[in-house]
Write a protein that binds this ligand. Structure first.
Ligand SMILES: Nc1ncnc2c1ncn2[C@@H]1O[C@H](COP(=O)(O)OP(=O)(O)OP(=O)(O)O)[C@@H](O)[C@H]1O
Ligand SMILES: [Mg+2]
Length: 134
């Protein structure tokens, strides 16, 4: 697998969430993802970027365009240095929220992409990586 392009986007506020969505839509088109898959990955990005803002205190979205044989893909990594997630199993339970959300963001995002990885250290921060392949 090779990385053909990469970069990052601040995810500090609601406006950055919009920019992240637009950027990922553009990259998804570049990769050749079909419309329904573009929309899936953009929806996952909305959820993860919003979590970065709301719970992570802001952070960054790192992006990569990938090639693996004939497959192409887009990988997004949301990184923050916020409070972290004390109970990952709970956080990944449908309908559980520590705030006033619906508790469907992480689980929804996970279902919409091909690869989902989450790593969090309490007091240090959270990193969520997703990949969508053609
Ligand atoms: N980046 C993060 N940093 C710290 N905690 C997080 C982060 N992302 C998610 N969480 C924790 O995981 C819980 C579940 O997140 P999820 O996105 O599934 O639901 P929600 O944000 O509470 O509600 P919804 O996304 O449906 O509006 C959150 O309530 C929060 O406690
Ligand atoms: Mg959420």
């Amino acid at each position: 697998m090779i990385v053909t392009a990469q970069g990052q986007q601040d995810v500090r506020n609601e406006q950055d969430v919009v920019l992240a969505r637009q950027l990922v839509r553009k990259h998804a088109v570049t990769c050749g993802l079909r419309l329904v898959d573009q929309t899936k990955v953009v929806t996952a990005v909305s959820e993860l970027a919003r979590n970065t803002v709301v719970y992570g205190g802001g952070g960054t979205m790192q992006w990569e365009l990938l090639e693996d044989g004939i497959r192409r893909g887009v990988r997004l990594c949301f990184v923050d240095q916020g409070q972290g997630i004390p109970d990952m199993a709970l956080a990944l339970t449908d309908g559980w929220t520590s705030g006033s959300g619906m508790g469907l963001g992480l689980t929804g995002a996970r279902r919409l992409v091909d690869e989902f990885d989450i790593h969090s250290v309490v007091g240090q921060g959270t990193r969520v990586t997703i990949t969508k392949w053609t």
